[in-house]
Design a binder for this molecule. Structure first.
Ligand code: ARG
Length: 287
């Protein structure tokens, strides 16, 4: 299977994409589900290799991560009881403390060290650093849940110019310095828009958008934002796919020309998508 001519062919297929994307920023949202639910041994190391590969060919990757499953596990372990309102967790002080602890103390450093082990120069940050991600409170009855109002990119640009790979924990901060829990998909879209990224990749636990939610073979390989909007409106995109689809449209509206939904459980999904003609997930183009 893996002969030298095949390897050459793979590299030659990648060449035009490497040429096109070199110097461009690519934001990669690494989901908490991608982090936990995978079938190969070291999911994080495989992910890190891809990120370091992007950097090595001159692309400017930025990693944005959440950590919902890890936060829930820690809340359980610590016995922190949360209130739920309409199925959503109310982020009170104690919960927010755990959110900060898990994202900046556990998930973020584990991604940074995986990238470092692969020879990349990763730098971990949270959205509170340099007031990078500013938010307003969404709804007082939900506690410290924020909506992004702005992204300050100066530190990110500096790190990228320096050859570093920023790894961002999705915590927001308001004008008074209070920290907030924020939706990592929205943050990724806002960061990609603010940086003028050429691409935003969502690493999820589904292979992409499906024409039929229950049929894994109905993957939509590529579509325009307008087509995606129509599929949302006519109910084709349903259930758990709706929030992802909305995030794609949000990113396109913020100026990101291409947004990809990929299965983070598949080894090397990032470089397969970026460096092959066919790709492997769903690509939403501005059109
Ligand atoms: N490698 C190319 C790119 O990143 C094409 C990817 C096509 N992907 C797809 N899901 N149809 O622009």
């Amino acid at each position: 299977m893996s002969s030298a001519p095949n390897t050459a062919q793979v590299l030659v297929e990648a060449l035009p994409y490497i040429q096109r994307f070199a110097g461009q920023t690519v934001v990669v949202k690494y989901g908490g589900n991608a982090l936990s639910g995978t079938e190969h041994a070291d999911p994080l190391d495989v992910f890190a290799q891809d990120i370091v590969m992007l950097r090595a060919v001159g692309i400017r990757p930025v990693v944005v991560h959440g950590g919902g499953p890890q936060i829930n596990a820690m809340l359980d372990r610590l016995g922190v009881k949360s209130d739920f309102r309409d199925g959503r967790r109310v982020t009170d002080d104690a919960t927010m403390q755990v959110v900060r602890m898990v994202l900046t103390g556990e998930v973020n450093p584990s991604i940074v060290s995986a990238i470092t082990s692969c020879g990349g120069r990763a730098v971990g940050l949270s959205g509170a650093d340099d007031g990078m991600i500013s938010v307003v409170q969404r709804d007082p009855s939900l506690g410290f849940v924020g909506d992004v109002t702005g992204v300050r990119t100066a530190v990110l640009e500096q790190l990228l110019d320096d050859g570093c790979i920023p790894v961002i924990a999705t915590i927001g901060v308001d004008a008074a310095g209070q920290t907030y829990n924020i939706n990592a998909d929205s943050v990724a879209a806002a960061v990609a828009g603010a940086l003028g990224a050429a691409k935003l990749l969502y690493l999820t636990d589904i292979e992409g958008l499906r024409r039929d939610v229950n049929d894994a073979t109905s993957l939509i390989s590529k579509l325009s934002a307008a087509e995606l909007r129509a599929l949302l409106d006519d109910g084709t995109i349903a259930g758990g796919m709706i929030p992802k689809a909305e995030s794609c449209l949000e990113a396109v509206e913020l100026g990101v020309p291409a947004v990809h939904i990929l299965d983070g459980r598949v080894a090397h999904v990032t470089i397969i998508e970026l460096f092959t003609d066919a790709g492997i997930g769903t690509m939403v183009e501005k059109g």
